[in-house]
Write a protein that binds this ligand. Structure first.
Ligand SMILES: Cc1cc2nc3c(=O)[nH]c(=O)nc-3n(C[C@H](O)[C@H](O)[C@H](O)COP(=O)(O)O)c2cc1C
Ligand code: SF4
Length: 459
């Protein structure tokens, strides 16, 4: 029976009642790793440990964290750390849980990253809908200031660090790091032309490290235990653990932390298997942007999924069974991209709009024989021609739905209706069928669509 390896999620599982409170976090050793790092290691030594560990960003692109830090010019000040806590990828809910249930681990990780990069200001860009998470982060920041972990001369050193919590307005594109920086500066969130990359010219034109919440949350245990320890988990090119947000037609949708390289079949077992013992028909392995898989016979890590023609992305995995209409799946996915397209470039703005129109008519029984080729043509018109990866991602999702399930699209056209109409159809699982199912042994797990302040107590 596969098991989780809980490192980044350990505290929140061990102390579900109060893991987010500073008293509990301190009892559990919080901030000791940052204290040791800041008072006994040079910034270069910290960068070297992170480089040696092979830690890769957990936000989607999987870029090596230590390498990114080494691009930051040493002689330009001020520099900034920006935490990407936007988590807009559909069906991803790991960062939200980390900030709601272990905000001090994140703050400790920010302090380590700030010291390594000699940044005295950090900004947390928090998704606007994360009401509970932002309240808890706000309180955690205040508590950390009170104890001298933030502010002037942190941990008795001569290093100053301020953290500013900023709530966004809930736009997917503001998770893209350069659009995030525009939004943080008060402009409309749209991607910037790169280079220059944020590490060289980022927030207010200054060197800026943008890292994901999970990436930063992994730092305290990494600096406490060292690069070699970190490399013992995971694979050669994808070391460490990864939190996977598992949802869809599974018995226990939840966040699961596993070593990278764990098989997708084991991840499904961890999630309690498919509902009603059905077989998975399609699997989204890394958020809506990732091309579909039809088999669980693949390892979940950056390289294996790339070899399988898809990607790990944010690490959200959606299992869909035979009741899923793949035209509807393509439609809701493309509706998402159409809605979230920032409009800056024509291929994405127009292409996603046209894809939705064609998918709508197929789903409603008004499709034409040539529509499947038309959809592939639309995907080809976006892929590689869009200004930022959002457009490419939309085209990959569209193409993989049509290519893998073309027969289903054709049935919609030949029968003049959706063959799934009148049946219990789901795209990512019917809420009614999940009622009463908790997570992996803690408080109810956050799921896509659940308001983040649904849990009123314990702020
Ligand atoms: C459309 C789009 C949305 C993104 N959304 C997020 C997000 O919500 N959170 C995140 O950490 N990274 C997101 N990213 C990736 C970021 O641009 C960036 O790679 C990441 O924040 C870097 O942090 P990491 O190296 O720690 O992963 C997104 C990228 C794109 C293209
Ligand atoms: S690809 Fe889409 S989201 Fe990205 S810049 Fe172009 S219109 Fe905006």
């Amino acid at each position: 029976m596969p098991e989780e390896v809980r490192i980044v999620t350990r505290r929140l599982h061990e102390f579900p009642e109060d893991s987010w409170r500073i008293e509990r976090a301190l009892d559990d050793g919080a901030y000791e790793s940052a204290r040791k790092t800041i008072t006994s290691m040079t910034p270069d030594e910290v960068v070297a440990v992170v480089k040696d560990s092979g830690l890769r960003g957990r936000g989607g692109a999987g870029f090596p964290t230590g390498m990114k830090w080494s691009f930051v010019p040493k002689d330009v000040f001020p520099k900034f750390i920006v935490v990407n806590h936007d988590e807009g990828e559909p069906c991803t809910f790991k960062d939200r849980q980390l900030a709601e249930e272990d905000p001090h681990q994140l703050l400790e990780g920010i302090a380590i990253a700030a010291w390594a990069n000699q940044a005295t200001k950090a900004f947390i860009y928090c998704r606007g809908e994360f009401a509970l998470g932002s309240r808890r982060l706000d309180r955690a920041i205040n508590d950390a200031y009170e104890r001298g972990f933030l502010g002037k001369g942190i941990f008795g050193s001569d290093f100053d660090l301020d953290i500013i919590l900023h709530r966004g307005a809930g736009a997917y594109i503001c998770g893209e790091e350069s659009a995030l920086l525009d939004s943080l500066e008060g402009f409309r969130g749209q991607p910037r032309l790169r280079p220059p990359f944020p590490a060289v010219k980022g927030l207010y034109g200054r060197p800026t490290v943008v890292n994901n919440t999970e990436t930063l949350s992994a730092l305290p245990s990494l600096l406490e235990n060292g690069a070699e320890w970190f490399r013992r988990l995971g694979t050669e090119r994808s070391p460490g653990t990864k939190i996977l947000s598992v949802s869809g037609h599974v018995n226990r949708p939840a966040n699961y932390e596993v070593p990278l390289g764990t098989s997708l079949a084991d991840v499904l077992t961890l999630a309690g298997g498919m509902l009603d013992g059905k077989a998975p028909k399609a699997i989204i392995p890394g958020g809506a942007s990732a091309p579909l898989l039809t088999s669980t016979d693949v390892a979940v890590d950056f390289d294996s999924l790339k070899e399988a023609g898809t990607m790990l992305g944010s690490g959200s995995i959606v299992f869909m069974d035979e009741t899923t209409c793949m035209v509807r799946n393509a439609l809701v996915t493309l509706e998402f991209f159409e809605h979230e397209s920032c409009g800056k470039c024509t291929p994405c703005r127009e292409g996603t709009w046209w894809a939705v129109k064609v998918l709508e008519r197929i789903e409603h029984g008004e499709g034409r024989d040539e529509d499947m080729d038309l959809l592939i043509d639309i995907a080809n018109g976006i892929d590689g021609r869009a200004f930022c990866p959002l457009g490419d991602a939309a085209s990959w999702a569209l193409r993989s739905n049509v290519k893998l399930f073309r027969d289903e699209f054709e049935r919609h056209v030949s029968e003049g209706r959706c063959p799934f109409d009148g049946e219990l159809v789901g795209v990512s699982g019917s809420p009614a069928r999940h009622e009463g199912l908790g997570g992996s042994g803690t408080a109810p797990q956050p799921g896509a669509g659940m308001p983040s302040d649904a849990e009123p107590e314990g702020n």
